[in-house]
Design a protein around this ligand. Sequence first.
Ligand code: X5A
Ligand code: ZN
Length: 675
Amino acid sequence: MGTALVCHEDMTAARLLWDDPECEIERPERLTATLKCLRERGLEQRCLRVAAREASEAELALVHSPEYVALMRGTQTLDTRELQALSGQYDAVYLHPATFHCARLAAGAALQLVDAVLTGAVRNGLALVRPPGHHSQQAAANGFCVFNNVAIAARHAMQNRGVRRVLIVDWDIHHGQGIQYTFEDDPSVLYFSWHRYEHGRFWPHLRESDADAVGRGPGLGFTVNLPWNQVGLENADYVAAFLHVLLPLAFEFDPELVLISAGFDSAIGDPEGQMCATPECFAHLTQLLQALAGGRVCAVLEGGYHLEALAQSVCMTLQALLGDPAPPLSGAMEPHHSALQSIQSVRAAQAPHWTSMQAPGQGGSARVEDLDCPLDPAPLLGPSPCSPLLPGDPEVKATQSPLLDQLCLRPPPPVCVAVILATSAVPLDLPPDVLPQEGSATQKETQAWARPHAVLAQEEALSTLGKVLSLLDGVLAAQVSSGLAAIPSSAVAATLDVAVRRGLAHGAQRLLCVTGGQLDWSLDLADDRRALWLHIGAEEASALSLFHISTPLPGTTGGFLSCLLALVLPLAYSFQPDLVLVVLGPAHSLKAPQAALLTALLRAPVGGRVVVLVEEESTAQLAGVLARVLRGDSPPSLGPFSAASPEDTQALACLRRQLEPQWKMLQVAAPPRVP
Ligand code: X5A
Ligand code: ZN
């Protein structure tokens, strides 16, 4: 199942014919520079190339009035003076004799992309188009946009292809008010837009771009606006917006198709956005979205005016669509105060409409202030000896992992996923880039590591351990990207213990372990600030230290999703590990879709370097699906959404309160300013 790339050379034809400083940034080089970069990186060659076709006038009429379409048709024969006069009727628009043709190709490209995905020809794809679409309205061009490519594609998917729910993610730095107006009373489209707003001082200066515009009538709660009131926001802010606003709503909505209004004026260097998110950030956003809708994700270009940032960001988006793990993010993973205020306000505005936005107590019994937290935050907030080594620390900068630097430059490892399974248990339908782990550590070395653990003396456990050690080396040396091993049930805890020590001894600077089932954590490891242990499946939530965290396994889909989005991923993004171990020990009771989603989502914060250890008994059920998500396939659905229990919501709030002073990506609201 591949990735489609939809484009057409003719879309470079339209250009500005007079002087207009506001419009001159939307130029043909946006497409040519982007395509050149895709070619140079060998990405175009990995895609199914599809030539764009013109949308028919009937298709344009899915969103636009026939009069407006006729008016635009008429622009093909106007002279420059007439074009300029008509352009002046709209806000930030220029027309060219080729505009009508280009704009029909742009809408047609979005339609073809959606059809390629919905017919199953490809899993996902990207359409490179101009003019952009998200500002255009029923009877108006606006903000360089003529026809609303994404809105037309969404209507087409629903009216002609039987899709019931579409999520539109608008990560362009401008508010796609055209999309908002089109669907504001329609509960079958969830429209999310973040945008530079500055309390209304930024174009298009609309009151309805603020967080309290949530849709109307049956569409209440299906418009989600996240206004940014400060420029200079970074990767941490965008990822926090996804973890704490978009993704919880999106999973609760359960779309059958995801459309991205993929504008890259939200990237660093762009003259319009003035933001500081790096191109890699878009690989993360894309990868996170692929956990939805069975991976049916269609990205359609909107804005993006810094040619290099645009080209690189498109490359990152396409790479993620192709299944490559996202490169690590640069910069401190701590959201800005202003960004947290925005996140807090949109969560508050949406809380009446979505259970995943509700704080403990809302609609439940307990109030936030009454939270009965088992542990006082004080012991977790000790002075420097207690704080971890994080990538931002000056101490760490000097010794910044050469491993990470190398990985960014190197081509992806030749073997994608290495598996260690009893021959009889290897599922026959594994894809070709999933291969058995051949190498093993020497017997002498394996025995030395096994010595402290009696259970590892047993022959099967020992030979598995030898392969696991070699697999860890392969992942740390970027020879394989990830791995999966079935471990005899009685040996899982001991194998985990050795794997952590070996990982830390062999180049991992920060190692995150996410575990389920009956497992223990050696006390000396609990004090090692290089290893963070998060156990899912405890009796109650507790944090014995910043590096030793337990929580119950929620019994509902909503509770499980909150656990992933509000705890596991924020911890992972804050800690920035260079290796993740997912360990499913005896009696872990995670269902296959849960284990798959956990594993799929954890690939993002760690550049794909995930090693999964599964107790033998559940491998028949888990091995195939886990191997597939490790190579970049989308996880299966968790099933119908059920709201988290008040106990689970409260446990999470407790942990957040204790941990967020250190692990900043856990924050969902701005802390009070200390004067
Ligand atoms: C698609 C897009 C921006 C218009 C800016 C007008 N439009 N100042 O990014
Ligand atoms: Zn824009």
